[in-house]
Structures are given as C-alpha cells and as structure tokens.
Design a protein around this ligand. Structure first.
Ligand code: DNO
Ligand code: MN
Length: 403
C-alpha cells in the first residue's frame, strides 16, 4: 500500500483544472471553500458542490486545507463563542458530507511568511526565500513596531539595520506589501492592500495580542481543542494542526507549533485520534532538521496529513525552499519512517491508513511562468516533486517488502 497522492487545488478559479489532476495520477484533492469568509459556517450545499466536482473526476476530497481558525479564537475575544459555534458547525457539515480530514493552524496574525517570493536558484528555477535580517528590518525599521528590536537577537538586529539602510523607501514599502499582502498569509484577510495604510492596519492587528504570551496561547489552543475535538470525533473528522512557518516567534508574537516538544504537548493536550497533526517537512526542518524522524517516531500515530518538501538552510536563521527530494531534509529517512508508520497502522487495523501526502511548495520552472499560480504552487515544479516523491516511495516500499 502506498501513501495517498494528493494535490492542493485552489478551487474553480485555479488555473489547474480537476481534469488536469487526474492525468497526473492524483488520487485525492486538498482544498478549501476559499470564498467563505473566515469565521463563517461552511454550508452543506457548498461543500457538496466542491465534493461532487472532485468525485466527478474520479478523485476524492482527501483533506480540507484549511478550515481557518479566526483570530478571535486565538486571542479569545468577545466574539469567541460565536466563532467556536461556527467552527463546530462547519465540522459537523463536513462530517455529513463524508470529509474526514481537516487541516488548520494556530499561528497568530500571519500564516506563512517569506521575505522574497522570487529568488532565482543557480539552475534558473525560482523559489521563496526567508532572510531573517530582512524580516527584522521589515518589523523593526519599516513597520517600526514598538519594542521590535528587543524581540530578536542583537546581531540580527544590527544586520537588519544595515539591510534597511541599503533600501530606498519605495523598496521598503514594496517589501512590506509582499509580506503583508502578496503572500496571502494574513489570516483573516482584513488587510488586502486596498487600505490607504495597510502597514498601520497590520500593526493594529498585531497589538490585539498584547496580552497573549506563549502560555496564554497554549491555553487558548487547549480550550479550542476541548471545544472542537469532541465535535470532530462525533462527525468522523480528524483534525490536523499545521506547524508554524517559519517555526519560531516573529513580530513579537508567540508560536506554539514549532518543535517536537510542541507537537507532543498538543497530542497530550487532548487524548483523541481526532486531535491530530500535519507533518510538514518544509516548516519543521528549519528548526528541527535532525529531528524529523524522531518526530514521526514520537507522534506518528497522530499524523493525518503529510506535506513533503525540502529546504536549503543558511546561517542567521535564513533558508530558501528547494524542491522536494534534494536539500537539507533527508527525504529517504523521512519517507521510510512514514511508510513504517503506515505499515504499523495496517497491522493494527486502524481506519486511517491512507495517509494523504502532497508535494508542498515547488520550484517555479519551464512553462510555470506562463500560468498564473499562488506563491509556492507552480504546476510543473510541484509535478516534478510528486514524481520524485512517488519514485522514492516505491523504491523504499519494494525494498522493505523484500526483507
Ligand atoms: C502555505 C501553506 C499554509 C498552510 C496553512 C495550513 O503554502 O503551507 O498556508 O496551508 O498554514 O493551515
Ligand atoms: Mn506545509
């Protein structure tokens, strides 16, 4: 048995059609109801509409990525009860439609973040880059967030100062626009770049976290799990939290899904298979590259969804993405650990043996420049990744069977 091959599809406006996916050997689709504003209920008919379209092409809707957790849940605003009710209702509706896996994250304000969306590799392909001093320049010297300098190591702050000095104001504004708006990582989508001062709007958003430190945020996640996991269980849905990207605090905001210890804390925070994890090598490797196999061994029984991709790790907390099997992540070791986990599940007669996997962010290459795509989601680069991963998997599976 192999891992279930899936693909992130951004819905009917995606330039890659469902009919294309079938040609590529995709078995399952990973998508969301992107048109429904965060915090609102996902209605059954809208879910069925997407599900039927996927099934009409001979695939299944394997994973929802993501059912977003609103900021009001993370900070526990007055609106929390309504937001929780809506989240529960969406889970029930997804369960009614037979969707069994739901990914989410618990990152404050920003989902993923990069400082350069268009870094050219020596090969000519293009990937996304995170330069820590540049990010700190954005935070401390472009946003001018009060207290920002104290939130980062002193040597990085000095480098950040130099980065800012080397930039024109126009370049600084452009960087801010990319980080806040173009990555589409800004969670509630309230800052979409149309505001006259999107930097100020963003800062206001950050300030809503002034009372939320690491322990508070953990408590808020535990409260969220207590409220939604029983509902998920009853609906037949497994939740799977996505790790922080990058896996360390930025903007002075806590991050609690960054390390093996964090994953273990989450698994123990609520004892249920429905309280699960997304294993994303791209995110986790930045901080715990040598721990990836340990993570699978420790919390593998709760992993419901796999994001596989690679990185090149650089000094000063910097990294850039690098396709799929080559790079700092020992993809052979990771794949082997995952296949062993799958075999364990088969032996134990567990239901969740499919273990959906998707190639995460790919290298933009060849005809990818002729087709509009979201940052990190070019067709050909991801297709190459899928093929590499499938080949690696087959080789390992066969050799495991021979022994
Ligand atoms: C970026 C993705 C994230 C991810 C969410 C999951 O490409 O890895 O946006 O989907 O964090 O909740
Ligand atoms: Mn990921």
């Amino acid at each position: 048995m192999a891992l279930e091959k899936t693909w992130r599809w951004f819905g009917f406006n995606d330039t890659i059609q469902l009919s294309d996916l079938k040609q590529m050997g995709i078995e399952g689709v990973v998508t969301a109801l992107h048109h429904i504003p965060n915090g609102e209920v996902w209605p059954v008919d809208e879910i069925m509409n997407v599900k039927n379209a996927i099934e009409a092409h001979g695939m299944r809707w394997s994973v929802v990525e993501s059912l977003p957790v609103s900021e009001g849940i993370k900070i526990q605003s007055d609106d929390r009860p309504r937001l929780i009710r809506n989240y529960q209702e969406s889970l029930r509706n997804l369960g009614k439609c037979g969707i069994d896996t739901v990914c989410y994250n618990f990152m404050p304000v920003l989902d993923w973040v990069r400082t350069d969306l268009h870094y050219t590799l020596p090969s000519g392909g293009e990937v996304m880059y995170f330069d820590f001093p540049t990010f700190v320049a954005f935070d401390a010297f472009i946003l001018n967030r009060p207290g920002a300098e104290a939130d980062y190591p002193a040597d990085i702050v000095e480098k950040a100062r130099a980065v800012r000095q080397a930039m024109t104001d126009e370049q600084a504004d452009q960087l801010a626009y990319h980080i806040i708006v173009v990555t589409q990582g800004f969670i509630d989508g309230v800052v979409d770049g149309s505001e006259p001062d999107f930097k100020k709007a963003f800062l206001n958003y950050i300030s809503r976290y002034h009372h939320v430190d690491k322990n508070k945020l953990r408590q808020h996640l535990a409260d969220f799990l207590r409220d939604v996991v029983p509902v998920a269980e009853e609906a037949g849905v497994n939740l799977c939290i996505h790790p922080d990207d990058p896996p360390f605090p930025v903007l002075g905001l806590p991050r609690i899904v960054s390390t093996q210890e964090d994953f273990e804390w989450i698994v123990n925070a609520y004892d249920s298979v429905a309280n699960g994890l997304t294993f994303c090598t791209g995110s986790l490797s930045v901080r715990s590259n040598d721990k990836l196999v340990d993570i699978v061994k420790s919390v593998g029984h709760r992993i419901h969804f796999l994001h596989l991709r690679n990185n090149v790790l650089l000094p000063d907390g910097c990294f850039h993405e690098y396709g799929h099997i080559h790079g700092c992540v020992d993809m052979y070791a990771v794949m082997k650990a995952l296949l062993q986990e799958q075999q364990r599940r088969i032996r134990e007669g567990r239901k969740d043996v499919r273990m959906p996997v998707r190639p995460d962010h790919g290298v933009k290459m060849l005809d990818d420049w002729n087709r509009q795509s979201n940052p990190g989601y070019p067709l050909i680069g991801r297709l190459k990744g899928l093929a590499e991963l499938a080949g690696l998997e087959m080789g390992i599976e066969r050799s495991m069977a021979e022994r």
